[in-house]
Write a protein that binds this ligand. Structure first.
Ligand SMILES: Nc1ncnc2c1ncn2[C@@H]1O[C@H](COP(=O)(O)OP(=O)(O)OP(=O)(O)O)[C@@H](O)[C@H]1O
Ligand SMILES: O=C(O)[C@H](O)COP(=O)(O)O
Length: 415
């Protein structure tokens, strides 16, 4: 059992999980190369191998579920490639099953032998999975009703999706004995220890393209006074720049419009007006229509913004140097293209070389870490989480953890 604030989270040791059938929710949502559709990074897949191996060593039959991307996005793809990579890291074959709740998947689950594992197809092909609702409601979804009767236990190892109140995360704990997997356990234990309210200044480097999620995170960080400085990059920075009244030019406004982000401007403006400690880039690396690159000041951009600029890197690096805890999530630029990795890589380097403790999260951000450099755990925590990590640090109760607590209350009769 681990304690997270006032929640009791059951762990694997709290049950006799040997030779049983286990439904394991992991998060192997990974960055995808838009051109080839192949995975660009396998850090999350590698991380989950530990829990799977342990369950298989204990002769359990392991049914694995995960999501990848969101419907409508380029990275909403099958988990077939993931199963191959997972098999490599676990050291045993993990068969990919091209179904989630249909008769084929259910037959595969029923016939699964001891010490065997299967990976079901991307759970987000089941439309109910995209709807967020309270655990009670999610426990009545088709997903839960079809799969729960086929397994003995539910284990949630998906720390990175713990901020979503979706059926695969909060529905099962209400109907099955449930526990946190090893990644979930390690993340919440490590982060609770590392992240002290008193440590200051706390610097957050927030970029990427999940702008609506990031606005929510910033609102929570600001409300709970957790952040001393928020250095923005990526599309998050572009939205704040526009909200501040900076003219980024028509093509960039078009990019924001195409991504449906313009409606978020009033919200970003409200955050700025509330006095949240937001920093906006003073220059950008842009790609001109000719394909040429240029480093332009924020109010005179001559092409599409692809990365933060050199002066911004310098300014942000000097803030980072003063941080006691530096948390990074979401890249500063379009890192799928090598030419636009400089901003993200420079800030990662500045963080790692700074005296502060560094927390690195988000699939794209961790993919930029140099795989050959050894991570010193006394200095750096590489989280599997992105949005979940930030909301946890902001002091939010994550729905998946609350559901595990509810499961424990139901099982033990305690409160
Ligand atoms: N200026 C920009 N214009 C367009 N896309 C951008 C820009 N800067 C960054 N991006 C895109 O942001 C995406 C990554 O953002 P995202 O918010 O998903 O980060 P992440 O680290 O993967 O976090 P998480 O794991 O929580 O999803 C990349 O695909 C990158 O191309
Ligand atoms: O990458 C993440 O943050 C998690 O996998 C959750 O994905 P989502 O933001 O699409 O729910």
């Amino acid at each position: 059992m681990i304690k997270v604030a006032d929640l009791n989270i059951p762990v694997i040791e709290d049950f006799d999980i040997n030779g049983r059938k286990v439904l394991l929710r992991i998060d192997i949502n990974s960055p995808v190369d838009r051109k080839t559709g192949k995975l660009l990074d396998d850090s999350r897949i590698k991380a989950h191998a530990e829990t799977i191996r342990e369950l298989l060593d204990k002769q359990n039959s392991v049914v694995i579920i995960s999501h990848q991307g969101r419907p409508g996005d380029d990275d909403f793809i099958s988990l077939e490639e993931h199963s191959k990579i997972l098999s490599k890291y676990v050291g045993r074959e993990i068969e990919f099953v091209d179904d989630v709740i249909g008769p084929y998947a259910r037959e595969k689950i029923s016939k699964l032998g001891k010490g065997e594992a299967i990976l079901l197809e991307n759970v987000r092909i089941v439309s109910e999975e995209l709807i967020e609702a309270p655990p009670q409601q999610q426990s009545k979804t088709f997903l839960v009703r079809k799969l729960a009767p086929l397994v003995d236990f539910y284990i949630n190892d998906a720390f990175a999706t713990a901020h979503r109140s979706q059926p695969s995360l909060v529905g099962f704990p209400l109907v099955k004995p449930s526990a946190a997997g090893r990644i979930m356990e390690k993340e919440v234990s490590a982060l609770s220890k590392i992240f002290n309210k008193e440590d200051s200044p706390k610097i957050f480097v927030l970029g990427g393209s999940k702008v609506s999620d990031t606005l929510k995170i910033i609102e929570h960080l600001a409300k709970n006074r957790v952040a001393d400085r928020i250095l923005t990059g990526g599309l998050v920075a572009e939205l704040f720049a526009v909200a501040k009244g900076i003219n980024l030019g028509k093509p960039n406004m078009q990019v924001l419009e195409n991504k449906g982000l313009l409606s978020l401007i009033p919200r970003a403006r409200k955050i700025l007006l509330s006095g949240a400690p937001i920093e906006i880039p003073v220059d950008f690396t842009v790609e001109k229509p000719s394909g040429e690159l240029s480093n332009d000041p924020e109010n005179n951009v001559s092409g599409i913004i692809k990365d933060i600029g050199n002066t911004t890197i310098e300014i942000y690096s000097s803030f980072i140097k003063e941080g006691k805890v530096i948390t990074l999530r979401g890249p500063m630029g379009v890192i799928e293209d090598e030419r636009f990795r400089i901003g993200t890589k420079s800030l990662l380097k500045a963080s790692i070389e700074s005296p502060g403790y560094v927390i690195i999260g988000g699939g794209h951000m961790i993919s930029m870490l140099d795989k050959d450099v050894e991570i010193n755990p006394n200095k750096i925590h590489v989280s599997t989480g992105g949005g979940a990590l930030l909301l946890f640090l902001a002091g939010d109760k994550l729905p998946a953890l609350e559901a595990l607590h509810m499961s424990w209350v139901m099982q033990s009769g305690k409160s």
